[in-house]
Design a protein around this ligand. Structure first.
Ligand code: HAM
Length: 413
């Protein structure tokens, strides 16, 4: 029996990797234009980091972490997200000595979730974090950047939903109001929500259980409980987004699955992905740096799910770069081919040499099976006249061109 990949862990194959590369390239280019620098953090962290940041009563910590004990007896966890590791690095390397740090990252995350379309156990995120900026304009700028990114990679129908989760002043007041409400409808809630009424009542608003959805229909809205500072912040973010022409809908039931958020939170969804339709999410987390032992630092960030965005772009159709196959007939043609191949590759032409020895007909068939857009043939006649034959495999037309101009006669992209 052959060995297959672990469930929920995927191979990303050629064809898809080009789509991924394009998403990353465009994202990094845009982030850089907004002043972000790349940070690379480890895939494994001390378990305690995630307990203290994501929150002990979240689904991620309760049910989804890949936690193990290493040979030394330390409890380690494969990172389920990137924000906590970035904040850990920010504190450890005293990056707070800079007035503002704008950091981005890309890489695999691990969550033991039920695999389905758009949801995997190893999945990839591109994330960005702004540490040290308290202005609501910073939230709006990051959101504008993100929407611009989706536009540029041709994700259609991206919708921004926003909420505010308040701060240390007003959230406890709201939590109490919600607890009181939930206690009144306790019998109608699922076991999980009932258990969490005390520790994490906000989760009940996000529960997909039909009974819980019905029972929480008229639960108090967090937006009505915001303190003055949080309300002003939220209004300003909305105003700045409006100025930038970004539409946002307000969803007071959006509570997010991580406990570190304060004030602005958001999700961007796109139709056409089924139930796993969030392509990016994030928000403000003004208390996290201090919680993890650093100085009080206001922060805002987000992460994009690469698999989900790649699924959308693939559905829109993305052309791969054309492939050319070079066929040399005989030893002398092979020797001449070395210089010609170099000239094409220097120009950025994507070209491979066919090293097989069959008839020209069988080698052309092979080039076709490899998906070649062009085949270049160098035989005795061409050697004599200082030319190559370039065949367009789509139209089946063929032309002879001199070695001097041949490098320019094949499309790059
Ligand atoms: P999150 O909402 O847990 O936030 O994940 C962000 C995005 O990652 C989701 O919107 C989705 O596109 C993708 N994603 C999450 N889980 C999976 C999965 N199992 N399979 C495929 N894609 C998935 C965070 O992770 C926060 N760290 C975002 C953040 C950054 N907040 C502030 N800064």
């Amino acid at each position: 029996m052959s060995i297959t990949a672990v469930r929920g862990f995927n191979d990303i194959l050629p064809g898809d990797t080009e789509v991924w590369r394009r998403i990353e390239d465009i994202a990094f280019k845009i982030f850089s234009a907004y002043g972000f620098s790349e940070i690379k953090v480890p895939i494994v962290e001390k378990t305690e980091l995630f307990l203290r940041s994501i929150g002990e009563t979240t689904d991620i910590v309760e049910k989804e972490m890949y936690t193990f004990t290493d040979r030394h007896g330390d409890s380690l966890t494969l990172r389920p997200e990137g924000t906590a590791p970035v904040v850990r690095a920010y504190i450890e390397h005293k990056l707070y000595a800079n007035p503002v740090s704008k950091l981005y990252y890309s890489g695999p995350m691990f969550r033991y979730e039920r695999p389905q379309k758009g949801r995997y156990r190893q999945f990839y995120q591109i994330g960005a974090e702004i540490l040290g900026d308290l202005s609501p304009r910073s939230d709006a700028e990051a959101l504008t950047m993100l929407m611009r990114l989706f536009e540029e990679i041709d994700v259609r129908g991206a919708e921004l939903q926003m909420n505010s989760l308040g701060d240390a002043l007003c959230r406890p007041v709201y939590k109490q109001r919600l607890k009181d409400y939930l206690s009144g409808v306790k019998e109608k809630l699922c076991e999980n929500c009932r258990r969490r009424i005390e520790a994490n009542p906000l989760r009940a608003l996000d529960c997909k259980n039909p009974g819980c959805m019905e029972a929480t229909k008229s639960a108090p809205s967090i937006l009505e409980s915001l303190c003055g500072a949080c309300k002003t912040h939220f209004d300003k973010v909305r105003e700045c987004l409006e100025l930038s022409g970004i539409e946002a809908s307000i969803n007071p039931r959006m509570v997010r699955g991580l406990d570190y958020y304060t004030k602005t939170t958001f999700e961007i969804t796109s139709a056409g992905l089924g139930s796993q339709n969030a392509i990016a999410a994030g928000g403000r987390y003004d208390g996290l740096v201090e919680e993890l032992g650093g100085p009080a630092t206001p922060c805002f960030g987000f992460a994009i799910g690469i698999e989900r965005v790649a699924l959308l772009i693939k559905e829109n159709g993305m052309e791969r770069r054309p492939l050319t196959v070079f066929i040399a007939l005989g030893d002398e043609a092979e020797r001449k081919g070395v210089a010609l191949l170099k000239a094409w590759r220097d120009r950025g032409v994507r070209i491979i040499e066919d090293f097989s020895e069959g008839s020209l007909k069988s080698r052309m068939k092979k080039a076709d099976r490899m998906g070649a857009r062009y085949a270049v043939i160098l035989g005795d006649d061409e050697l004599k006249s200082g030319t190559v034959a370039i065949k367009d495999m789509k139209s089946a037309s063929q032309e002879k061109v001199s070695w001097e101009i041949a490098p320019d006669r094949i499309a790059i992209g």
